[in-house]
Design a protein around this ligand. Structure first.
Ligand code: IVH
Length: 670
């Protein structure tokens, strides 16, 4: 490869890997399989080795990806010892090289331990005087997020070690927090019912759950933990296995599936055994970790910037199957993004019959040179929809037809557009394209928007009947119309109308978010509302005035200007105004003071030293939601003087924590 090409490819790979790191560690929503990621990483590492003049200190090739959240969400603490990753291979033959490297690095005899590689999210627990002192995520390897409050909700992690056992006064133990398949299926089923995006796999679900703001919700997620690495100033035992044995005696959860091996052949047979056997385990594993068992040799081998030299991971190749691509469908999502979905000749894969697979975008089709009629490999790495990874070129026949990506929206016929910096094609017809119209309503009624008591199915029904097209049509709905809907009775109609009525009181910033101006998120909506105070002022703002707000970039400014220059939108806003929706900031629309109560629903009852309205504003100012009645979703009930006894007993029955005004105020101070 020429120097110039290598430089270009290295830069491309770095950017791509940084994006995938963010998708994986921060957003918990990977776009590619681990295998594809590891191939890109290997390519970058080899290129940086061949062209060291282009190797940078901050390259993803030599640094661990970061899972750090915003400092507002979790306090961050430095790791006492860096929290690194593992080198890996998919080639069993390379374990021989690993063992040879160790032999070269030491004169002393050594054995290798093999253990399961749990597919979860890394955790570092510190115990002091036998008590769980702190739990940190890996973060960027140097600093981690303090998730102690959440970890305390995981039953398999002891808060207190077994009395009378010989644990050191202070030590760290690291391991993996994972979500067993059963809990994962339950969670995703619930998310589908709640019309929330399901998690792609148990790993993402585990790391997403560990970062929840409400520890009570963490408890419901059914997380488990296994620990595999003890760190202490003074060695606990001479070997890794004996150290873990000790940890087990102290009451810590340590995996029983391990083996001490004297030869690489033994390591290989452990791997072969578990490659099949792991499918029977109730949780996900993605490989076998091989470590030097003697701790003194581990110490002398040491670490690279990214991983220990005394350990490596053999990773199982994801299960794949080759099958024929029969046709492609093009789905238009709520945002107008067009996704190709493959129809396949049914094939058996990881215990299920696969008929459909996702392809993401046109670039991927081109990159893989996929034709209709090709045999393609489908892979399922725990994801819900399997993915096509490549063409099975050896089975290519003569009856193949090139894929022609549609130029027009398959639903409404509008010419598709593709922004340079986005991989997907979009249908720009946001106001007329049916899936996008429905998407607009689903966004509008959402909990963080107008919070209208309805779901996707209701929108489908109303749209199907032709009752709604513009957002303002919702407020024109009549009882008679609603009673014509399948399975709707007086009570559901009354509830829906009441909820529509209540939505008219939703604060201005949420309405601004709800109307679905592209690129306006929840927080941006708040800031823009605070700045301009009224909808009319926003509609009249110039590009320069919009750009003067810190969070507003060019894309968003153009999007706002574009929205309000459309006469249809002006008409809808005018109608919403007539129906009495909040078009300007009012007194209760106070600036956000903190996010301490984010994700919490708080019910207040009784009298306080401040008025009930001030109490509600206080909750909202700290990003909490005020609940009207106690339910399973209530985080706390704040009980004042003369608090309602029925509310108290309901809180007790549902296990909702009841706190007093003073405790509540202290919470805000902390
Ligand atoms: S040992 C110094 N053992 O896999 C590194 N890691 O892909 C110590 N993992 O970062 C790690 N199971 O989060 C080790 N039995 C096991 C493991 C394991 C899962 C995770 C760990 C690591 C990642 C590397």
């Amino acid at each position: 490869m020429k120097k110039k090409d290598a430089k270009h490819r290295i830069e491309q790979l770095r950017l791509e890997l940084e994006r995938h790191n963010r998708n994986y560690y921060v957003l918990n929503s990977p776009e590619i399989t681990d295998f594809q990621y590891d191939l890109l990483m290997l390519e970058l590492q080899e290129l940086e080795k061949m062209f060291p003049e282009f190797a940078l200190k901050d390259s993803p090739a030599v640094n661990v990806g970061s899972d750090l959240s915003s400092k507002d969400h979790f306090e961050q603490f430095p790791h006492k010892y860096p929290m690194l990753s593992l080198s890996n291979t998919y080639n069993i033959g390379e374990l021989e090289d690993f063992s040879n490297r160790i032999s070269k690095g030491t004169d002393r005899p050594f054995t290798l331990t093999c253990e399961l590689k749990f597919d979860g999210t890394a955790i570092c627990l510190t115990y002091k005087a036998g008590k769980l002192f702190r739990a940190l995520t890996r973060g960027d390897g140097t600093v981690g997020d303090d998730v102690t409050r959440n970890v305390l909700q995981i039953p398999s992690i002891p808060k207190q070690l077994a009395e009378g056992s010989d644990f050191p006064d202070e030590f760290e133990i690291r391991g993996e927090i994972y979500m067993p398949y059963k809990a994962f299926d339950k969670l995703n089923h619930q998310r589908e019912l709640d019309e929330e995006q399901p998690f792609a796999n148990p790993r993402n679900a585990a790391s997403g759950s560990l970062k929840l703001q409400d520890p009570k919700l963490v408890k419901e997620r059914g997380l488990e933990c296994t620990l595999y690495h003890v760190l202490c100033e003074k060695a606990i035992a001479p070997t890794h296995i004996e150290t873990l044995q000790k940890a087990k005696e102290w009451g810590l959860p340590v995996s029983g599936h391990f083996k001490e091996c004297s030869t690489v052949e033994e390591v290989e047979s452990f791997i072969t055994f578990w490659d099949t056997e792991r499918k029977k385990l109730p949780f996900a594993t993605d490989g076998i970790v091989v470590k030097v068992n003697q701790l003194a040799i581990q110490t002398s081998l040491g670490y690279t910037a990214k991983s220990p030299r005394w350990a490596t991971a053999y990773k199982f190749k994801p299960e794949e199957a080759s099958t024929k691509l029969l046709s492609l469908d093009y789905q238009v999502g709520r945002t107008g993004a067009v996704t190709p979905v493959a129809n396949l000749e049914p094939v058996q894969l990881s215990g299920t019959k696969v008929k459909r697979a996702s392809l993401h975008n046109a670039d991927q089709i081109q990159l893989m040179d996929i034709h209709i009629g090709d045999y393609v490999f489908v892979e399922k790495g725990g994801e819900i929809i399997p993915k096509i990874t490549r063409v099975d070129i050896n089975r290519r026949g003569f009856d193949i037809v090139p894929v022609e990506f549609p130029q027009n929206c398959p639903v409404c016929g509008t010419p598709l557009v593709k922004d340079e910096d986005e991989a997907k094609h979009f249908c720009p017809n946001r106001d007329e394209c049916p899936p996008q119209i429905k998407g607009k309503f689903i966004h509008f009624i959402g909990r963080k928007a107008m919070d209208i008591n309805a779901g996707e199915a209701t929108i489908e029904q109303l749209y199907g009947k032709g009752y709604i097209k513009q957002l303002s049509d919702l407020y024109k709905l009549t009882e008679v119309q609603l009673l014509t809907l399948d399975k709707w009775k007086e009570k559901s109609v009354a509830n829906f109308l009441k909820s529509l009525e209540e939505s008219k009181k939703v604060p201005f910033h949420r309405l601004l978010f709800a109307i679905g101006i592209r690129h306006i998120g929840e927080t941006t909506a708040k800031n823009i509302a605070q700045h301009f105070k009224t909808m009319d002022a926003i509609a009249a703002a110039t590009r320069e005035e919009l750009l003067a707000i810190e969070e507003v970039g060019e894309k968003l400014a153009d999007s706002i200007i574009g929205y309000f220059s459309n006469p249809e939108h002006k008409k809808v806003i005018g109608e919403l105004k007539e129906y009495g929706l909040q078009m300007e900031l009012d007194n209760t629309d106070k600036p956000i003071e903190s996010e301490i109560l984010k994700g919490m629903t708080i019910v207040i009852s009784g009298n306080f030293t401040i008025s009930r309205d001030d109490m509600k504003s206080l909750i909202e100012a700290h990003s909490g939601k005020v609940g009207s009645s106690i339910s399973g979703n209530t985080t706390y009930m704040v009980a004042g003087e003369k608090c309602g006894p029925s509310k108290l007993s309901k809180a007790e029955k549902l296990g909702v924590k009841v706190i007093g005004e003073e405790e509540f105020m202290n919470m805000l101070k902390n």
